[in-house]
Design a protein around this ligand. Structure first.
Ligand code: TYM
Length: 334
């Protein structure tokens, strides 16, 4: 079967961007009988951004409950916490030793941090941890250890998948064909969902719509999406409209076409926002109910995650890691 794998960093509350970019396509893919799925909580990655233990724990629980509420079936897919697969940081070290430093210098997240420092006339490396720099190597280990073929992600992660291919290829070249080279799976229409201010929806821009806020708050947030000042009756542009793009991510092709027409016909912004709210709420409301029920039973979520990690290690990881240790000239621990 095709192995599909994806993760979400446990550094905050999941938002609509995570849902349309990763969770929804991943859960849909997992229903295909020809697919074996691996979905995980990237809690080691979270330590790069969040150094408050309680927040990491809370986010882990929220993101796990989100996956489950969105239809992930833990007995049909591999579902686990990254940090419980202790071989992942070990493989990450092996990959560190083949990864080109120059490639890591070009990683967007690291470069953005350096540019920001330079803009503020600071030492370019001020406050940047080696963790941020190594982020793509850890991510490559997540993917390569399971020989994943496809990785459903939003556009912001494409560069990381390309780096995983690069590191995997270098390792294969040196030590033999140990790794499948993964491909990103991008759903074009939702590859970058805009946030409230029109920039990419992102925890770092503080412009997100959390997936499971109460209905009234969802409505408020949707009404706060930026629009231009065109009056009712004036034709509106769909191009560059955050409202339209978010609508498109939740609506069928026909509904989207109808909304495009309504924009041309000068729909009032308030009316368009109401339509967007209703469209999102009708998809999310049943999931929100499940989410709330799950969040009331954290021990169950914990048990699912532990069991998932134990089983996937036994099935895939322990044996693979022995092979990898031997291949680089270290002692087999078995
Ligand atoms: P993270 O936690 O930032 O985001 C999780 C997923 O959500 C997608 N996403 C978006 N998609 C569309 N529009 C948006 N505005 C938007 N914002 C976020 C992201 O592209 C991602 O697919 N490094 C990863 C987590 C990770 C991972 C992995 C992913 C760790 N190891 C291995 C895949 C495979 C991250 O921080 O994603």
């Amino acid at each position: 079967p095709t192995r599909v794998l994806t993760g979400i960093t446990t550094s905050g509350t999941p938002h609509l961007g995570n849902y349309v970019g990763a969770i929804r396509p991943a859960v849909a893919a997992s229903r295909d009988p020809g697919v074996e799925s691996f979905y995980f909580l990237a809690d080691l990655h979270a330590l790069i951004k969040v150094q408050q233990p309680a927040r990491v724990q809370r986010s882990t629980l929220e993101i796990a409950a989100t996956w489950l509420a969105c239809g992930l079936e833990p007995d049909k897919v591999w579902f686990y916490r990254q940090s419980e697969i202790v071989e992942i940081p070990e493989l990450s070290w092996f990959l560190t030793c083949v990864a080109g430093k120059g490639i890591l210098n070009r990683a967007h997240a690291y470069k953005a941090a350096v540019d920001k420092n330079e803009g503020e006339s600071l030492d370019p490396d001020a406050g940047i941890t080696a963790g941020l720099f190594m982020y793509p190597v850890l991510m490559a280990a997540d993917i390569l250890i399971f020989n994943a073929h496809k990785v459903p992600v939003g556009r912001d992660q494409i560069q990381h998948i390309e780096m995983a291919r690069d590191f995997g290829q270098r390792f294969n070249h040196l030590y033999g064909e140990h790794f499948v080279l993964p491909e990103a799976l991008i759903e074009e229409s939702v590859a970058t969902l805009p946030g409230l201010d029109g920039r990419k929806m992102s925890k770092s821009y503080d412009n997100t719509i959390p997936l499971f806020v109460p209905r009234e708050q969802l409505k408020k947030l949707i009404y706060s999406i930026v629009t231009d000042s065109r009056a009712p009756g004036e034709a509106k542009d769909t191009e560059g409209s955050a409202l339209f793009q978010i609508y498109q991510a939740f609506a069928s092709a026909e509904e989207t076409q109808a909304m495009r027409q309504a924009f041309a016909d000068g729909i009032a912004w308030g009316e368009a926002k109401q339509a967007l709210f209703e469209r999102i709420d009708s998809e999310i409301a049943p999931l929100r109910e499940k989410y709330e029920a799950l969040m009331a039973r954290p021990q169950e979520i914990e048990a699912i995650l532990r069991d998932g990690a134990r089983r996937v290690r036994e099935r895939y990881v322990t044996g693979k890691m022995q092979q990898l240790r031997e291949s680089v000239g270290l002692r087999d621990l078995s």
